[in-house]
Design a protein around this ligand. Structure first.
Ligand code: UT7
Length: 324
């Protein structure tokens, strides 16, 4: 039997209207535009309006991707949504948007892999398509991460933003996705986590409630090292050389981490999609938002090879090498 590949046939994205600049944050915490830009590359971030949820952003991104693909919601066999900020505990945000889209009946579930959520979702859907069980699928990465930011903590509040991206995938006889790599190491929990939840309760020992706890410098070091070996593994899994990669579409957490990965790939920064300056770190939203920007701006063209990667809490890290 001829192999089946999954191909991205369209992308979509959604960002909240409200933009918060570094200058705005200077009025809230002891920070400076200079510090934020030089340490992270971030200039601004979008923040969800009161009442605007992860599901709202996911729905808008998904609708746009489906329209661009010319695919009707009821043709979908599967919806997988990466998020660590679901609207409610259950049903999953994937189920909530399935109903809003009118795709009732197909499989729908969320994946919580922190910032690697979209990459995990893409890897899972790719496998379902390869088995022949799924013909058309929607993969979404969506977050309202600023809802769990402590706005008094300058070491984290400057880093994050809200947003969503989506792709429509279809079974094809040619690549498509060559390889995906998914990893986690729960031993690193203490470096990046949110201490509260349904089962442990919503107040932690320090009485802080929902908030992101991060040892930035340590996360930075592990991220650079891990992404280095992830790139190597992904090239090997796809049977490719660095020179065959046309674009790097990385997780958008920190420009310095992105530059390190580009260097490892021997790619000039002109071949790297950077949106961290505009969006900040949108966790699961980051890679699909960057991909949609790359496609809509005309940078990424059909037939080019893209390396997508992400790293986040868990730790989790994941990648995909695909022909667009
Ligand atoms: O997406 C999930 C994965 N997450 C990441 O990949 C994040 C990885 N980490 C990072 O991106 C960086 O470590 C940060 C951007 C979070 C921090 O940059 P850094 O260069 O590692 O700075 P640092 O944490 O070592 O802090 C340096 C100094 C400290 O002051 P002292 O101790 O040197 O006096 C901080 O208190 O900068 C201070 N600082 C700030 N100053 C102004 C921390 N946050 C701020 C701030 N404004 N917002």
């Amino acid at each position: 039997m001829a192999p089946i590949y999954s191909r991205i046939i369209a992308t979509g994205s959604a960002l909240p209207e409200r933009v918060v600049t570094n200058a705005d944050l200077e009025k809230m915490v002891e920070t400076s535009d200079e510090w934020i830009r030089s340490r992270t590359g971030i200039r601004q971030r979008h923040i969800a309006a009161d009442g605007q949820t992860t599901g709202d952003l996911a729905f808008a991104a998904a609708k746009q991707a489906l329209e661009r693909a010319g695919v009707k919601a009821d043709e979908l066999d599967m919806i997988v949504l990466g998020t660590t900020t679901p609207d409610i505990v259950f049903p999953s945000t994937a189920c909530l948007i399935q109903h809003r889209l009118g795709a009732n009946g197909c499989a729908a579930f969320d994946v919580n892999a922190a910032c690697s959520g979209f990459m995990y979702a893409l890897g899972i859907v790719d496998k379902f398509i390869k088995t022949g069980q799924v013909k058309k699928a929607l993969v979404v990465g969506a977050e309202t991460l600023t809802r769990m930011v402590d706005w008094n903590d300058r070491s984290t509040c400057v880093l994050f933003g809200d947003g969503a991206g989506a792709v429509v995938l279809e079974a094809a006889s040619e690549p498509g996705i060559y390889a995906t790599c998914l990893h986690a190491d729960g031993g690193y929990k203490e470096l990046l986590y949110n201490p509260v939840g349904v089962s442990v309760g919503f107040t932690d020992e320090k009485n802080h409630g929902v908030r992101i706890c991060m040892s930035g410098r340590e996360v930075f070091k592990v991220a650079v090292k891990t992404l280095d070996s992830l790139v190597e593994e992904t090239l090997q899994a796809a049977g490719m050389e660095e020179s065959q990669v046309d674009w790097l579409i990385p997780h958008q957490a920190n420009l310095r981490i992105i530059e390190a990965t580009a260097k490892r790939l021997k790619l000039p920064m002109e071949r790297v999609i950077v949106t961290v300056d505009q969006h900040a770190n949108t966790s699961s939203g980051s890679v699909p938002l960057a991909l949609d920007y790359a496609v809509q701006s005309g940078k990424v063209q059909r037939g080019q090879n893209l390396l997508l990667e992400a790293f986040g809490g868990g730790f989790t890290w994941a990648s995909a090498l695909l022909r667009f």
